[in-house]
Design a protein around this ligand. Sequence first.
Ligand code: 5AD
Ligand code: SF4
Length: 440
Amino acid sequence: MIKRRFYIETYGCQMNIYDSGVISEILTGQGHEPADCAAEADLILINTCSVRDRAERKVLTRLSEISATKKGRPDLLLGVVGCMAQRLGKKLTETWMKIDLVVGPDSYDTLGGIITGLTVERDPVVETTQDSECMYAHRPKTFDSVSAFVTIMRGCDNFCSYCIVPYVRGRERSRPLGDIIKEIKHLVELGVKEATLLGQNVNSYRDGKTGFAGLLEAVDAVEGLERIRFTTSHPKDLAPGVIERIRDLPGVCEHLHLPLQSGSDRILASMNRGYSYGDYRRIVNLARSAIPGIAITTDIMVGFPGETRSDHEATLRAMEEIAFESAFMFKYSAREGTHAAGLTDDVEEAEKVARLGQVIELENSIIDTKKQALLGKEVEILVEGESRRESGFLIGRTRKNWLAKLPQKGVSKGEVVVAEVTGVTRWMISCDGSVRKAGA
Ligand code: 5AD
Ligand code: SF4
């Protein structure tokens, strides 16, 4: 068997980062070795995202770049995994690019066997069978980071009209509670202090009688785990019990990522989101009154089919009213096969760009105001490691997920400290004053 040196490049969401870890473990288990960079690898896997056209174009550019280098490196194998592999399948092998394997998200277990039998002379292998029960575990031998993603469910059943995920990731299924806890305990033994629980809609997690609130309790009870985060919450399914657990469980961070998408009820209905702006507002009020200062972050999409100027203004008003701690903001991009792809994509590109510019500008000013208000306050920081930009400094995150920087003196990676905010920029908090260990 040829032992390969593999390198995985990851695009897209946190789920893909987790999956790349799973793939790496599968390949290492088969005797293949990870390479430090693409140039040193003889097997390059690109883990891809299909959520927007732009994400796909970026990957196609990268694939053609690598394909072009194959002339000078005849033994190099190139593979596509992830959502684009699922969506495009065999089509990816029918271009000028020489792609050797295409494997969808439900078939990573077959990767070991596929790669063992693969040589540059062979026809490409395409494996995109969908399996509505497929679930992976991740038990790495070593783990560098103090913060880990842990997938608690896969797939999605919501069918928001714009979204490709239910098609490429299949039906929603939850991972057994026992497996999740085992994985987190294993990660904690490797030095992990923070787990981010991942799912397309974590609020519909279920294992027998245990729902998401029960899962939070079980994870909070894992000894040695300092912090718990989770994403993504769907506003239509967020139960009051989850808000109570954020309030009451010491490990659960005071942060809720709650995609709004639009402030217009007409657009929300056309997106099939299952809530109105009023419903959304009520959840935010409930969370903020139970947990004062909780960070609420969101996703906003502009230029959905039929979005008028006044719909867009409703989104701006909603953003102003709620004042999100942070937002991911996107232009609508039609995805073939989704319900919205059948609607007329009638907001002109220049108008989409302008609307996106407006939401970004508004959100930036909200963040600036929130950051200013932090000056002089104490924050709790989990130290993630040394700053790559500034020597002598450490980087970490506050419970509300702000990125923070502090001097290295007497503090090390993995520690939870309390520090005073002495400076702020839009993307960073500085804590140059005194620092003490949390609980001290
Ligand atoms: N076009 C633009 N943005 C999209 N998203 C999902 N599908 C699309 C699409 N077709 C955004 C949504 C979602 C986030 C992960 O990506 O805002 O919450
Ligand atoms: Fe993640 Fe969705 Fe992109 Fe797939 S399509 S990588 S699930 S964001």
